[in-house]
Design a protein around this ligand. Structure first.
Ligand code: SF4
Length: 464
């Protein structure tokens, strides 16, 4: 498990080669697949991304109205609706619902918001078994690890590590064949479904118009979790609401292609409410808990665009920093470019704790180019950097800029430095003025000095 508090560059430097290779090979496959799938299927994928961004932005600007609409529709469909303003509220509400129903065994499908509020640990401490049923999340759970990617939680592991883990946890002798691993997990989890008395999910989208919850999985585990018992609890971030059912077509098409290069995620469930009298199976009770946990404050900030995010993970896959660190380097539930914006914002008063994350970016713009809802992530990162500066927050690992500022704002000092720097081409490495430069020059060659002529050129030009 990685609970490091190291600055991200130190974390990346110390990351084992095996982990880096696992992350890199996986993201490269996703990046190529996403591009091909979008270009193959749409003449102008960028126009779709812009449209999706506008729909989400519009929803955020009227979120109070759409949430009310969603609540009314869900109530009409027979669901119970709750609002949780903090992680603690949400945890308590989930436990209260389970206790009211005497539920002690929960099967859960993949959900980042439940990670965000650390639900599993809380339920375990309160005597409720909570089993992750997504294969990746299941491996994370048995390893007592944390996810390192929004869509592929075990991106940092290879199949040897997974096979070793299965052997260690009594799920069969070492065998790293992916089909064997999957079969063993399936056998184990099928029993857990049958023993369960509650199913938990998140939601990828909620239609305000109809109250439909949309849950997508590639393994069908969410539907197994709901079919096997009478209680369904869905924990949903307030930003997951979209205005109409017909908007779902746009988002589902973009989500599948951006996340996993699929036209559509394999299992896409539309859940309107608890089981009706005509339906043969499914939960008799459905509870939807809308979670705020700092989102209202983000909504009121200048960085509100980040709430458009549909958690596709595409920005992680293209980010040169994420590729070197995995999600664990970001020290928070959300990693990569989206996490570098969202984590400091959701932290509220703990902003300084994550104020270094917006610096973990080359600002190359790739994250914005792939984002299916066109979030201007580089712009948001710059805003957060500026906020950290204004608040005087010093982050570990930041290069000291004060000496450079002094040099660059004094013409006399600058001229002297420029003249002196000509000599650098001839100095041995050990005589270089600063230690980081010495380290840098061990792996690089200083370019041949070619500057210092500008002032003379300008002077001569002024005379003519
Ligand atoms: S910010 Fe955009 S690209 Fe990144 S996870 Fe969210 S929706 Fe996907």
């Amino acid at each position: 498990m990685s609970k490091s508090v190291q600055p991200i560059d130190v974390f990346a430097r110390d990351l084992p080669r095996e982990t880096r290779d696992a992350v890199l090979s996986s993201v490269m496959t996703r990046v190529a697949g996403r591009k091909a799938k979008l270009e193959e299927d749409y003449g102008d994928p960028d126009a779709l991304r812009r449209l999706a961004g506008e729909v989400k932005q519009h929803t955020l600007e009227h979120l109070d109205e759409y949430l009310e609409q969603a609540e009314a529709a869900l109530l009409k469909n027979g669901a119970k609706v709750h609002f949780a303003s903090t992680a603690e509220d949400a945890r308590e509400q989930v436990l209260a619902i389970l206790n009211e129903n005497g539920s002690k065994r929960v099967v859960k499908s993949k959900s980042m918001v439940t990670e965000e509020i650390h639900l599993n640990d809380y339920l375990e401490k309160n005597g409720v078994e909570c089993v992750e049923t997504d294969l990746g999340e299941f491996i994370i759970q048995i390893d007592e690890d944390t996810p390192s990617h929004i869509v592929q939680p075990i991106i940092h592991k290879n199949r040897r590590q997974v096979a070793e883990s299965f052997e260690e946890h009594g799920l069969g002798e070492y065998n790293d064949d992916p089909q064997t691993i999957t079969r063993r997990a399936r056998k184990h989890l099928r029993e857990k479904y049958l023993q369960s008395d509650a199913g938990m999910t998140g939601a990828n989208f909620v239609s305000a118009e109809s109250g439909r919850l949309v849950v997508v999985t590639n393994e069908g585990n969410a539907r197994f979790g709901m079919a096997a018992n009478g209680l369904h609890i869905a924990l949903v971030g307030i930003e997951k609401v979209v205005p109409r059912d017909k908007d779902l077509g746009l988002f589902l098409n973009l989500l599948g292609r951006s996340a996993t290069a699929q036209q559509l995620t394999v299992y896409t469930q539309f859940i309107k409410g608890p089981r009706s009298a005509e339906q043969p199976s499914g939960p008799e009770q459905m509870h939807v808990i809308f979670l705020d946990n700092g989102r209202s404050k983000v909504l009121a900030s200048k960085e509100r665009d980040i709430l458009r995010c549909i958690r596709c993970g595409a920005c992680l896959n293209v980010c040169p920093v994420y590729r070197q660190t995995s999600g664990h380097g970001y020290r928070a539930v959300y990693g990569g470019p989206v996490g570098a914006v969202l984590s400091p914002l959701l932290a509220g008063d703990d902003f300084p704790k994550y104020a270094d994350l917006p610096k973990a970016s080359s600002l190359c713009g790739a994250c914005n180019e792939v984002c299916p809802v066109n979030i201007p992530i580089p712009e948001l990162l710059l805003r957060l950097r500026s906020r950290a500066n204004q608040e005087g927050i010093k982050s570990a690992g930041s290069p000291p800029m004060a000496p450079f500022a002094k040099l660059a704002t004094s013409p006399k000092l600058w001229r002297t430095a420029m003249t002196a720097s000509k000599a650098m081409n001839h100095l041995p490495i050990t005589m270089m003025p600063v230690k980081p430069l010495q380290a840098w020059l061990k792996i690089r060659t200083l370019p041949k000095w070619s500057g210092g002529e500008f002032r003379r050129w300008m002077k001569e030009r002024g005379r003519n």
